[in-house]
Design a binder for this molecule. Structure first.
Ligand code: URA
Length: 287
């Protein structure tokens, strides 16, 4: 279909929809879950009290709904940082300010089991997209309150999780030291897994770095939780292992964040305080 776009430098449709995602202000919550896989969008929305499809265009599928009375959305990003940057750009333009990646990952150490979850506090920027936005020394770090909400949700839902540094790569194969076609392996990638392990990086995935970098540049918030489907030391791989747990934790983290955000407004606090956490937890255990 030939859709008329108003401007080449600020592409929106004549109805005010973002060019790639086809969403407009009001369609999506400020809290957006970001799986890579479009097929995971419905799996996430099915856990909500009610949900509806907002848009579908290319790799981007968006649903909105309510989870425990909180307005929430989910948009698939596709694989890798270029398509994820487009998702963040267009979601930010329609009013979203809190992003949680819900992905899958390969763990680097045998201490991290298949099906465990990894919550990233920061990401090594092995991606090209974030370098087009800001100098390479700029850190890719998650937001404190989003990360804490993910940790508390994982704890309360009693799932096994790890917290630490992630490496976000543009390449699933040689960039993660997996042999390419005909066993191709560029010399500069040999030993990468051991090197990253030696500096306490927990896992490989492909999107967190750009989500963290763009969220910090734009003064938005973000976090990342990934299910461990591969272990590069034991050489195990179970597609979808832990994904249901990652979804449950991410949804619950949005509920927690929303409670904290409302308490922060009532208390006129810019940052999350021990008092806010204490008040939330006192109510939480009463339920
Ligand atoms: N996603 C990745 O990027 N790497 C893995 O090993 C598994 C999932």
């Amino acid at each position: 279909m030939n859709v008329k776009i108003k401007s080449a430098s600020r592409p929106e449709t004549e109805e005010g929809l973002q060019y790639h995602l086809r969403v407009k202000p009001g369609d999506v919550s400020k809290y957006v879950l970001l799986p890579g896989d479009p097929g995971r969008v419905v799996k996430i929305a099915e856990k909500w009290d009610r949900y509806w499809k907002v848009a579908e265009h290319r790799e981007y599928i968006t649903y909105s709904g309510y989870y425990k009375n909180v307005f929430i959305s989910v948009t698939s990003t596709g694989i890798g940082c270029p398509s994820t940057a487009i998702a963040i750009e267009e979601l930010a333009r329609v009013g979203c300010d809190t992003f949680i990646r819900v992905g899958t990952t390969g763990a680097l150490s045998r201490e991290i089991g298949i099906g465990d979850l990894i919550i990233s506090i920061g990401a090594v920027r092995f991606d090209g997209t974030s370098k087009q936005y800001v100098l390479t020394e700029y850190p890719a770090v998650a937001s404190l309150d989003v990360t804490l909400a993910l940790m508390f949700a994982a704890e309360l839902l009693n799932v096994k999780y790890h917290v630490g540094l992630t490496a976000s790569s543009d390449s699933f194969y040689v960039g993660q030291e997996r042999p390419g076609y005909r066993d191709y392996m560029p010399p500069n990638q040999i030993g990468l897994i051991n090197y990253l392990k030696s500096v306490n990086v927990l896992n490989f995935e492909m999107e967190s770095s750009i989500i963290f970098v763009l969220s910090n540049i734009y003064r938005l918030r973000s976090g990342s939780i990934c299910a461990v489907i591969a272990n590069r030391e034991t050489n195990e791989f179970i597609a979808e292992a832990g994904v249901e747990d990652a979804i449950r934790v991410a949804n619950e983290a949005v509920k927690i964040l929303n409670t904290w955000d409302e308490l922060k407004i009532v208390k006129n606090k810019k940052y999350l305080t021990p008092e806010t956490i204490y008040e939330w937890f006192r109510e939480y255990v009463k339920r």
